[in-house]
Write a protein of this length. Structure first.
Length: 113
């Protein structure tokens, strides 16, 4: 089961539990889901899509340990996802899995001024 599906199922079960035992109305639960998604989308957009210059200078310092750790984690997660997808496709087609190189972060992240 993918992680997003598991998290979604947990959110649904916990929310249904609160509604069933009278802790919240169903409309409260839907409203909280909507507000949470708006905050997540807004933060993602602000940090990853349109990062302001002043913030990018703070976050993306050249060769900073934080950036190096984040890029290493991102690369490891992408590589693990690629391997899982290959294993799933090879299991369904009974072919030998081919190893692909995990995508690397853009070089300009390390040299922003």
């Amino acid at each position: 089961m993918p992680l997003a599906t598991a998290i979604g199922a947990l959110v649904f079960v916990l929310s249904a539990n609160r509604v069933a035992f009278g802790g919240h109305y169903f409309s409260d639960t839907l409203l909280s889901w909507g507000i949470t998604m708006l905050v997540i989308i807004g933060v993602y957009h602000y940090l990853y899509q349109r990062t302001p210059n002043w913030l990018s200078r703070i976050i993306w310092k050249p060769r900073s340990p934080t950036v190096a750790t984040g890029c290493a984690l991102r690369s490891a997660v992408q590589h693990a996802g690629a391997l899982a997808a290959q294993r799933a496709s090879s299991a369904s087609s009974n072919k030998q899995p081919k190893t692909k190189k995990a995508p690397q972060p853009p070089a300009e992240l390390f040299y922003m001024t």
